[in-house]
Design a protein around this ligand. Sequence first.
Ligand code: WQD
Length: 344
Amino acid sequence: MEKQLILVTGGTGFIGSHTTVELQQAGYDVVIVDNLSNSNIDVLDGIEKITGIRPAFEQVDCCDFQALEGVFAKYANISGIIHFAASKAVNESVEKPLKYYRNNLNSLINLLELMPKYDVKGIIFSSSCTVYGQPSEENLPVTEQAPIQKAESPYGNTKQINEEIIQDYVHSGANIKSVILRYFNPIGSHPTSHIGELPNGVPANLIPYLTQTAAGIRECLTVYGNDYDTPDGSCIRDYIYVVDLAKAHVAAMVRILDGKSEESVEIFNIGTGHGCSVLELINAFEKATGVKLNYRIGGRREGDIEAIWGNVDKANKILGWSADTPLDDILRSAWEWQKKIANL
Ligand code: WQD
């Protein structure tokens, strides 16, 4: 049987590259569309080393409607889309809101507009647990039914608005299906170390800052606050292995393409179901790798949520998927990748 073709926007990025690998290994063909604004073309080599298959690649900005239509016309048999391409730095979005609204909204609108014309059946959208803001205590772990709260940043707002755009479009009668995946905190790298997270400049996220500190690139990791109302005082998150997260996309794509979706838009939390504090994560890293980490306790970071982790029963049951990789293995994968890119 001929392989089905999946369009992966942002496929040279962190989550996109890991998902491309899982799609190929599940028997799909992949065409990547990426403008390389925050990723590197060498990622294609890494993907090829893992799977033995080089994905098709088009250097196109999804905001450029004509160029994007050119991709749909060239690969006339696209079955489904996974839409990762987006600007994602929370701080930058506060300084440059229009960049975020323009980029993140236009790219989705363009894809949605092209789907019926080229008979593309479904789209998976990368959303975020950031839509929940700080859930109240009785709503933890947070389910998909928890109330959406006003976004803390333009970045977060683009995730909320994009979810609404998909809902409105589908409810207008557009003949497409969508799965919205709300990710918790994706971390780690492929076990082969051929692909991984490549942050630009000083990392804002915990794991790349932590591994760069362990590698001696940064002097000291600052823990943003130990006076929160949590057991050890540091913030709690649901850290999910990027490979497990990638596999959730394959499960969601199978569901869409097999016509199993019960509703035209389905929403799933994608996390582990377990909360882990910053201090617990640091301890786990030291234990898993044997590396002593230089860290200090600092003040709170503005805009941080105190504690959030996901109820992932819906994804477990309906997608038949779960995030099973032990935290130690995940942290070792992040460290192996860091050592590789730092030539240690
Ligand atoms: C995790 C925890 C920090 C750095 C953000 C976005 C979200 C997203 C992922 C995007 C927090 C603490 C961090 C450091 C620290 N999506 N920390 N010292 O804030 O949960 O989520 O990134 O692409 O939408 O909001 O992730 O990794 O920045 O922080 O103590 O140097 O680590 O306070 O508790 P966050 P993070």
